[in-house]
Ligand binder design. Structure first.
Ligand SMILES: *Cc1c(COP(=O)(O)O)cnc(C)c1O
Length: 227
């Protein structure tokens, strides 16, 4: 498993370098290894290859892994849909939450953070392929959501996240990703520190980087197919 994951990471890093040279930007791109449904051994192998950022979708699974790796230098990203009754767990175990857009969730996250004296990094999830997914706010609502963060002492607005519908049409995908980049520029005009763009998975991370993504979330091409 170690060798396989090592090989996969070499391939991904090559693809990242190539995509970075294609977007004529010197911005760093953070690789988040999405370990949902994958074992402790998988995480350990990726950690041994230098990965320090991991993404999880399910709060209970996140907690199990968080506790197992408590003494490791790992930054956990919660990237899944957020249920209110799981916010306390998510607060304890992660330092980035990617899928924020509901007021109730953002405010509750802030309250939970205050209780344990923790600061959390948050991204606004924007639904850029509206017919397909119900998660995320519409582009029009981005500033309304951003204003909610102004009331939060312990949740910092760091940028936006999107999970565009996969398309076999390359030009269409590029257009959608360019749209995400433009939304980020608009957000940064009012919130200069909200500069992260969490965009790109196994299927499209090279395109995402060319479009200015700063955080890519990759699962299957690191760890293999999920069952
Ligand atoms: C599962 C998941 C990923 C990773 O997808 P892969 O196709 O395995 O790279 C990225 N982002 C989100 C939000 C996910 O749920």
């Amino acid at each position: 498993m170690q060798e396989k994951i090592k090989d996969n990471l070499i391939k991904i890093n090559n693809k990242i370098s190539k995509a970075k040279s294609g977007n004529n930007s010197s911005k760093e791109v953070l690789l988040i290894a999405v370990s949902k449904k994958k074992s402790i051994e998988h995480i350990n192998a990726a950690f041994n290859e230098g990965i320090r950022n991991f993404g999880e979708n399910y709060a209970q699974e996140l907690e199990d892994k968080f506790l197992r790796f408590e003494n490791y230098d790992i930054t956990w990203h919660f990237i899944g849909p957020i249920q209110s009754n799981k916010i306390k767990l998510i607060t304890k175990c992660s330092s980035w939450v990617h899928g924020l857009y509901r007021e109730k969730v953002i405010l509750k996250l802030n309250e939970e953070c205050k209780k344990i004296n923790k600061t959390m990094n948050g991204l606004i999830q924007i639904n850029v392929s509206q017919e397909i997914s119900k998660n995320g706010c519409s582009p029009d609502e981005m500033f309304k959501v951003a204003e909610i963060f102004e009331k939060c002492t312990n949740v910092k607005l760091k940028g936006i996240m999107a999970l565009p519908k996969l398309s076999s049409d390359l030009q269409e995908s590029k257009k959608v990703m360019q749209g995400v980049y433009e939304l980020s520029q608009i957000l940064q005009s009012k919130y200069p520190t909200a500069k992260e763009i969490s965009l790109g998975t196994t299927a499209d991370f090279d395109l995402a980087i060319e479009s200015g993504s700063t955080m890519i979330r990759i699962g299957e091409s690191i760890f293999g197919i999920r069952k």
